[in-house]
Design a binder for this molecule. Structure first.
Ligand SMILES: C[S@@+](CC[C@H](N)C(=O)[O-])C[C@H]1O[C@@H](n2cnc3c(N)ncnc32)[C@H](O)[C@@H]1O
Length: 230
C-alpha cells in the first residue's frame, strides 16, 4: 500500500474518481461536482483505504506495459502523472535513473472530467506530490517536478514518456507534440490513453495497442508509440 495523508487522498480521488466508494459516488451524483470536490473529498475520505486501492490500481496499470520496459529505459518523463504512484511502482521494478514530472499546481473548482479543448482542468498540488513520492520510496535525488504553467520544461532525450488518462485523453496531443519531438529519440516509447488510436498511425512509425478501457470517463485505448514520422 501507499502512505497517503488526507490532502493527498483528496487529490488521488479527484485524479482517479473510480477509486471512490459507491456511497461517495452517489453523493457526488446527488449533490454535484462542486460540493463533492470542495467539501466531501476534504472531510469524508479514508486515507488508509485510498492508499491501498491506489496502490493496487497503479500496480494493475503498471502490468499493462511492464513487458515493454527494459534495461535501456533510464530517463522517464511523466506527463500528468497525478500523485505519481505509478512511477513509484515503475521505479521499484526497473533500472530507471531519473523521473521528470510535468504536472499542474492547482485544483479546478468544479473538476469536470472529459475532453477540454483549452486544457483548463487540473487537480494536483506539486508540494504534496513531492512529499508523496519521497515517503513512498522515490528518493529526492531521483526526480524533479515541473509546473506546466510556470516552469521551463525539461530538455533531454527521454527513453520513456508516460501519460495515463491525461495527454490526448483530457486535452489534445498537439499541446505536447513539438516538445516530444525535440525530447525523444527513435527508440523512445510514448505511452498514453486516447479515444482516436488510428490517428496516431499518421504521426508515428510504430503504434502498438496495449489495452482497451470501455467507458471509464470515455472509452479509450492505451498505446505505445515510437518514432515520429516527421
Ligand atoms: C485524470 S488525471 C490522471 C492522473 C494519473 N496519470 C493517473 O493515471 O492516476 C489527469 C492529470 O493530468 C494533469 N494535467 C492536466 N493538464 C495537464 C498538462 N497540460 N500537463 C501536465 N499535466 C496535466 C492533471 O492535473 C491530473 O493530475
Amino acid at each position: 500500500m501507499f502512505y497517503v495523508n488526507k490532502k493527498e487522498a483528496r487529490l488521488i480521488i479527484l485524479q482517479r474518481i473510480e477509486l471512490c466508494s459507491n456511497i461517495l459516488k452517489k453523493i457526488r451524483k446527488l449533490f454535484g461536482r462542486h460540493f463533492f470536490s470542495n467539501f466531501i473529498t476534504k472531510f469524508f475520505l479514508n486515507s488508509k483505504t485510498i492508499g491501498k486501492s491506489y496502490y493496487n490500481r497503479m500496480h494493475e496499470e503498471f502490468k499493462t506495459f511492464e513487458k515493454y520496459i527494459d534495461h535501456n529505459d533510464k530517463n522517464v518523463l511523466s506527463i500528468g502523472g497525478g500523485m505519481g504512484g505509478l512511477e513509484v511502482i515503475l521505479n521499484n521494478n526497473s533500472e530507471v535513473n531519473f523521473f521528470d514530472f510535468i504536472e499542474r499546481n492547482f485544483v479546478s473548482k468544479k473538476v469536470v472530467y472529459g475532453w477540454s479543448s483549452n486544457n483548463s482542468e487540473a487537480y494536483n498540488n506539486l508540494n504534496l506530490q513531492s512529499e508523496f513520492l519521497v515517503k513512498n520510496g522515490l528518493s529526492k535525488i531521483k526526480f524533479k517536478i515541473f509546473d506546466f504553467d510556470n516552469d521551463v520544461l525539461p530538455s533531454k532525450k527521454f527513453d520513456t514518456v508516460i501519460s495515463l488518462y491525461s495527454l490526448d485523453y483530457h486535452y489534445d496531443f498537439d499541446l505536447y507534440v513539438e516538445y516530444l519531438k525535440k525530447n525523444t529519440h527513435n527508440e523512445s516509447k510514448i505511452i498514453f490513453d486516447t479515444v482516436r488510436p488510428d490517428f496516431f498511425k499518421s504521426i508515428f512509425k510504430e503504434v502498438i495497442i496495449l489495452d482497451e478501457t470501455i467507458k471509464r470517463v470515455h472509452s479509450s485505448k492505451r498505446l505505445i508509440c515510437k518514432n515520429f514520422l516527421n
